[in-house]
Write a protein that binds this ligand. Structure first.
Ligand code: FMN
Length: 316
């Protein structure tokens, strides 16, 4: 082997230099101190979910630590698609592709965001912009009253949304699934059959923490979404179940903090691995995870990720 293991991966038509990407909502390229747009430690950038209209999000407190993870109820605070578009030139220096995470209260809102973005990208003289590789439909946010989770937990609703979004773009179309279901395979199948190029999983688990003094819900939204190491074994199981049932590439996420844990996601069938809570705790975590992943492959004398993908799914 020369030059170390081959870390390149392919999500549909999109080739990525390596499999480590950011989980939406946990890394702001423009806000991370000491990092310019050209020094992002990911192979692809997924900004915070954007909706048609601006959203102020949920009342505080909106995030807190738990014994082995983070619980948040941000509530999809974002400036809306028009402000997002106006801000795109600030991301133009990015040397990696961008996948736009799309949210909405109704299916029509998701479609309007994709349509508006495509119009903007097609417009003559559209101005400076990063390379927009595709869309991740966030049908899985547990912290908004309408839409989100309810679409992701209903395979038929998800099938209809993906079918309607499919003709709007030739770019990559990804469905991000909620783990708050009894059967993760049903929505995954529905999304793939409706034309999704890839599936991301998992979003956060609906959870509750109490204020220890008042014994009342701590978060302003009462419940929130749990992520981080606590959810990793469940996320792994869900990635494995989906990998055994659908043919599209998977972006696995949930509690990954090390190269070995990223490798485990890949062994369970993931093509790419997203990192969220670990980056919130330490912005240098993704670069370390990538280095460790490469070292794990080298230590096992594996030439590339194809040699390990899905090994956990085999009978022997
Ligand atoms: C503070 C915070 C904000 C998040 N915002 C979003 C979001 O806007 N859109 C989305 O699809 N997921 C969002 N997520 C979920 C993550 O993208 C990811 O699916 C989840 O945290 C599991 O990965 P992790 O355990 O590595 O954090 C958010 C998570 C956190 C902790």
């Amino acid at each position: 082997m020369t030059g170390g293991p081959d870390l390149r991966v392919r999500l549909g038509a999109l080739e990525l230099a390596h499999p480590i990407i950011n989980a939406s909502g946990t890394y702001d390229v423009l806000a991370v101190a000491g990092h310019g747009p050209s020094t992002v430690p990911f192979s692809c950038y997924v900004p915070k979910t954007v909706t048609l209209e601006p959203r102020t999000g949920n009342p505080p407190p909106r995030i807190t630590e738990t014994p082995s993870g983070i619980i948040n109820a941000i509530g999809l605070e974002n400036p809306g698609i028009e402000a997002f578009i106006a801000d795109l030139p600030r991301l133009a220096g990015l040397r990696i592709p961008v996948i736009i995470s799309v949210g909405g209260a109704r299916p029509a809102d998701y479609l309007a965001v994709v349509r508006r973005m495509e119009e903007r990208l097609a417009a003559a003289g559209a101005g400076r912009s990063p390379a927009i590789a595709g869309y991740e439909l966030n049908v899985s946010c547990p912290n908004v009253a309408a839409g989100g989770l309810s679409i992701g937990a209903d395979p038929e609703a998800l099938r209809q949304l993906v079918s309607a979004a499919r003709p709007l773009t030739a770019r990559l179309l990804i469905a991000k699934l909620t783990p708050n279901v009894t059967d993760i395979v049903a929505p995954a199948r529905a999304a793939a059959e409706a034309g999704a190029d890839a599936i991301s999983l998992v979003n956060t688990f609906k959870a509750l923490v109490l204020d220890p003094v008042s014994l009342r819900p701590f978060l302003g939204n009462r419940t929130g979404g749990l992520c981080g190491p606590a959810i990793r074994p469940i996320a792994l199981r869900m990635v494995a179940e989906v990998a055994m049932s659908v043919d599209v590439p998977l972006i696995g996420m949930g509690g990954v903090t090390s190269g070995l844990e990223a490798l485990e996601m890949i062994a369970c069938g993931a093509t790419a691995v997203a990192v969220g809570a670990a980056t919130l705790a330490d912005p240098r975590a993704p670069a370390r995870i990538l280095e460790q992943l490469s070292a794990e492959l080298a230590a096992r004398s594996l030439a590339g990720l194809d040699d390990v993908r899905g090994t956990a799914l085999r009978d022997s």
